[in-house]
Ligand binder design. Structure first.
Ligand SMILES: O=C[C@H](O)[C@H](O)COP(=O)(O)O
Ligand SMILES: C=C(OP(=O)(O)O)C(=O)O
Length: 357
């Protein structure tokens, strides 16, 4: 038994992955699509800097499991985004990695066949293919960074990144955030603690050196510059919402005390809707009203949305899946999404000076 074997008693196999450069060589980012990704990042930075007075909305499925339905959704969202672009900037939620409270399907990269076969190599290729199609549509993508090396495979295709409630306190996720090329929204903890997210924004704003991989897939010391576009995402916690006026004001105070810009996004789902998808419109309406009453810290929102409302378990026979319905958190359907976005845009149109960047 070698020294390494002694360190891998509970590892059953090491299956090689293609390197980021190998997958990129098969699925390169075309110049036009690259411009769309960079434009998305620039708009979001301008919104966070307030040189663009719009509000951004990260909207889309809790998770992507069916690329056909995902692109179907994306084409509808692109049309909707163009309709409201003077007031709202829409970013599609494209979540390929799912953090679980205990166990469950961990997303399209981890198990693209949804049968515990865990063909991560195929999942990464399929995820990149999906994001390339989205970029070609001219729709910015927002995703959660969960696996610390996944950004080396997909990072050139992402315009907004979330660090989830379960990983905001993780030093590893603060380190990778300090090197990401996008603005990063840090969710408050599942217990409602916003302090860990404020700490994460501070931590990620500075440079870090840590173990990671480079484009060739070689273990490397990753040295980052720091990311000044970290911001807070209120998603509720400890079984209760935190999007109310008082909670938002407390979040503003916490950010100011840390010397940070008061940039706050409200996730209309998760604990803010008690994980009941049909409560999301009420959350959004309340946030829109706070903006109408003069709050300028609320710069964004998130909606868990799909073609069909609710969610479904993953069946043994995948042909039994309902098209366009989430296999993770329950989502509002497309018709509800359209109404939420149009209502918000019309209520905010006279309040926000609109696109200026
Ligand atoms: O958005 C997704 C879920 O909130 C998260 O993955 C946790 O889901 P779970 O509690 O069912 O594991
Ligand atoms: C997992 C998610 O949220 P949270 O980290 O807030 O639970 C999500 O937005 O898909």
């Amino acid at each position: 038994m070698t020294m390494l074997d002694l360190g891998n008693i509970n590892v059953s196999a090491f299956d090689p992955m293609p390197s980021p450069e190998e997958i990129d060589a098969r699925l390169p980012l075309p110049p036009g699509a690259a411009s769309e990704v960079m434009r998305g990042r620039e708009v979001l930075r301008n919104i966070l800097d307030r040189s663009d007075q719009r509000i951004f909305v990260v909207v889309g499925p809790c998770s992507i499991h069916d690329p056909v339905a995902g692109i179907d959704y994306a084409k509808r969202l692109k049309r909707l985004a163009d309709e409201v672009s003077d007031t709202l900037y829409l970013v599609m939620r494209v979540y390929f990695e799912k953090p679980r409270t205990t166990t469950g399907w961990k997303g399209y990269i981890n198990d693209p066949d949804m049968d515990d076969s865990f063909h991560v190599d195929q999942g990464m290729v399929k995820a990149r293919q999906f994001l390339l199609e989205l970029a070609e549509l001219g729709l910015p993508a927002g995703t959660e960074a969960l696996d610390p090396i996944a950004p080396q495979y997909l990072g050139d295709l992402i315009s907004w990144t979330a660090i989830g409630a379960r990983t905001t306190e993780s030093q590893t996720h603060r380190e990778i955030s300090s090197g990401l090329s996008t603005p990063v929204g840090f969710k408050n903890g599942t217990n409602g603690d916003i302090g860990i997210a404020v700490n994460a924004i501070v931590s990620a704003s500075g440079p870090h050196s840590f173990l990671g991989i480079n484009g060739q897939g070689r273990t490397s010391i990753v040295r980052t510059r720091g990311n000044r576009y970290g911001h807070l995402v209120l998603r509720g916690g400890d079984g209760r919402p935190n999007y109310d006026t008082v909670s938002v004001q407390m979040a503003e105070q916490a950010l100011r005390k840390a010397g940070l810009p008061t940039n706050i996004v409200v996730d209309c789902s998760h604990a803010n809707s008690y994980k009941k998808h049909d409560l999301q419109p009420l959350v959004m309406a309340d946030v829109v009203n706070q903006v109408r009453l003069g709050n300028r810290s609320l710069v964004g929102m998130m909606i868990e949305s799909n073609l069909v409302a609710g969610n479904q378990p993953i069946p043994e026979d995948l042909s039994q899946l309902t098209y366009g319905c989430s296999v993770t958190d329950a989502c509002v359907d497309w018709q509800t999404t359209e109404k939420m976005i149009h209502d918000a845009a019309s209520l905010l149109h006279d309040v926000l000076p609109g696109r200026t960047g």
